[in-house]
Design a protein around this ligand. Sequence first.
Ligand code: UD1
Ligand code: CA
Length: 464
Amino acid sequence: MTALDVVIMAAGKGTRMKSSMPKVLHRLAGKALVQHVIDTANELQARHTIVITGHGAEQVEAALTSTDAKKTLRFARQMPQLGTGHAVQQAVPLLPDDGVVVVLSGDVPLTQADTLQALIQLCDGKQLALLTIEFDDPTGYGRIVRDANGQVQAIVEHKDANETQRAIREVYSGIMAVPAKLLKPWLARLDNNNAQQEFYLTDVVRFAQSDGVPVVAHKIADAAQVAGVNSPTQLAELERAYQLRQAHALMADGVRIIDPARFDVRGALTCAQDVEIDVNCVFQGQVKLGQGVKIGANCVIANCEIQAGAVIHPFTHIDGEKLGVTVGEGALIGPFARLRPGAQLAAEVHIGNFVEVKNSTMAKGSKANHLAYLGDATVGERVNYGAGSITANYDGANKHRTVIEADVHIGSNSVLVAPVTIGAGGTVGGGSTVTKSTEPNALTVVRAKQISIANYKRPVKQAK
Ligand code: UD1
Ligand code: CA
């Protein structure tokens, strides 16, 4: 099989974004536009992926280098930007002669790998293959001019087209596959004698004609796959298209999404059977939902695993970041709960409203139902952690652990000053500030003794 090399044009300015950030770094589904294109190239197992940079080149290259774990990306700078043909010319020194070159754009994020695979097959290592589409309104696009037999003759840019050509609704998508050994000499022959005085990549069609190389078109119907982002409005439209596509794929697998129009995945969401997701939830990074998990409305859930039967009530925020979060089987979380990195909750744990858990393990059946903080804590089974209680885990310089052994009850409004261990079966009286470890089964109360003065008379104002 012929090796594949991908050229991604990403030097354009993106004026209509009206942003100080280069266009291709704007995010769709939480990921830079150009990164979507690079990921597609990786899916195709491209040998080289060459990104043509220009406007904001340093920023684009820095952003992409930091995500290029396998160091497979190459960059070629295009300064100034003299057209798409000129853009691809910059890649020539990096393109081996024996490959097929696929030309993509950094601002067209949703082209699918199987579409490109079909295009590459059509190219067959020896033809010029164009990806085309029909639009009701083809204004602005290069028109596909065919002869009486339907053979592709030329691509004529909108600004160069006559009335008859402008009536053509089939347009060039901006994506082609072509053998490098044909492309290179064609690129060398480009000129800028046209309405825009640009070096048009599309002129290679004319050279193929004159060299007797067949030009073939792969016409698709799905506009989202070739749609470019030029403005915030188009970015939002493509975001929706992408999210709808993901929602429908999940629903096809049985996931019940209350409203696919109010559903966002920015990363990878995997769901077992009978998962239900209410409206306005956002899933980020890697999220795994087990069998029968229910997610209430308005939750943001990132980098975590939620095991079978767990219920996440509305307005819960979970982000495992690098350490991850685990919610055990049958656990009940929220509403208004916050689980931070390293929260490891076992089966049937209950976390209620305005409870924050960070870098803590909670064993089976333990509960913190109201207004509490557990940080750097190890909590045993069946613990009841009272409302308003906190672990004071930070002494201003270092973090320390709190250990709460099995069957402990922590009364409301307690402060556990770490490092400290509350022995198994122990009880801490409400309002206690515990600084020393306690014995198993002990009652610990650390607060001023209550005094009551019978028939107490409040002071009264003295007469003048
Ligand atoms: C190009 C095609 C047109 C096609 C359309 C599809 C040419 C001459 N025309 O139009 O037939 O219908 O795409 O969207 O190719 N870029 C550079 N350097 C440059 C110019 C552009 O890197 O000097 C990049 C842009 O950033 C963008 C891509 O190339 O990512 C396409 O450029 P754009 O200006 O959108 O395409 P057109 O030339 O209008
Ligand atoms: Ca343009």
